[in-house]
Design a protein around this ligand. Structure first.
Ligand code: ADP
Ligand code: ADP
Length: 239
């Protein structure tokens, strides 16, 4: 069953840059899909269009059979919480602690409230702790985020997305700033999230070997177009 469907999606920045042109694919519930392609190919734009951080210029995007453009503000916000986003540069609030960053994710876009700690309910704190423990951060929860290693920061990023109980995780170059050790830890967590929690994962990568090792399916993007869509093994043969 398709959780995500893109039909003829294009994105134009200003007059000259066509970052995406006529992108069509669908992703089934539970799939682990890597999007690969060189820098500037449009991978990041693609994820940001899906999550509505930016608007596609043309085409439609259906999430769980619903066109998000048809929703009102409130329903749109709710739908977006079901699409967790993970970033290359983590996008954490550095001066806050690990658990505060995760609870901040729980509040989603009401970030003004996020400074007012104490607004969190006890069961939310318990949930945050449970997620952080599963990610191996149970003993770091009161540390400020700027004291963490890159790999730890990215696990906080994952926890912040997971606390919203997402159905889809959109990961934009999650390991591009990490060493091989930390990269493996992050990719293993994403794989576990996919296989044991049933969350659909869409991950932008520029490391083909990593994509081959972890994905059910690979979508190759070049100059804003889908140039490959299929199982990882065929791509090995082509190269
Ligand atoms: P990738 O993630 O594959 O590196 P991007 O989606 O970041 O690719 O970029 C695709 C193209 O769109 C590039 O030519 C990039 O310069 C351009 N681009 C990305 N973001 C913006 C923006 N906010 N304004 C204008 N051009 C942009
Ligand atoms: P900004 O103030 O830059 O507009 P937002 O309100 O979009 O930021 O996001 C607030 C915080 O939530 C930021 O720290 C950002 O990194 C994070 N964030 C944004 N989108 C998501 C998402 N889909 N899932 C989890 N966290 C997100």
């Amino acid at each position: 069953k398709a959780l995500l469907q893109l039909n003829g999606v294009s994105k134009q920045y200003g007059k000259d840059t066509k970052a995406l042109s006529d992108v069509t694919f669908s992703v089934n519930e539970g799939e682990f899909v890597s999007i690969i392609g060189p820098s500037g190919a449009g991978k990041s734009t693609l994820l940001r269009c899906i999550n509505r951080m930016i608007d596609a210029t043309e085409g439609e995007i259906l999430f769980d059979q619903t066109n998000l453009n048809s929703l009102g503000k409130r329903d749109l916000r709710k739908a977006r919480t079901k699409m967790g986003m993970i970033f290359q540069h983590y996008n954490l609030v550095n001066r806050l602690s690990v658990i505060e960053n995760v609870l901040h994710g729980r509040l989603g876009y009401k970030s003004v409230l996020a400074g007012m700690f104490g607004v969190y309910k006890e069961d939310e704190k318990k949930e945050a702790l449970k997620i952080l423990q599963a990610l191996g951060l149970g003993d770091q929860i009161y540390k400020r985020c700027d004291q963490l290693s890159g790999g730890q920061k990215q696990r906080v990023g994952i926890a912040r997305a997971l606390i919203q109980d997402p159905r889809l995780l959109l990961c934009d170059e999650p390991i591009a700033s990490l060493d091989p050790n930390a990269s493996k830890i992050i990719m293993d967590h994403l794989k576990t999230i996919s296989t044991s929690m049933g969350i659909t994962v869409l991950v932008n990568l520029h490391q083909v070997d990593v994509a081959l090792a972890y994905s059910d399916r690979i979508i190759g993007v070049s100059k804003g177009k889908v140039v490959y869509d299929g199982p990882p093994k065929n791509i090995t043969n082509e190269q």
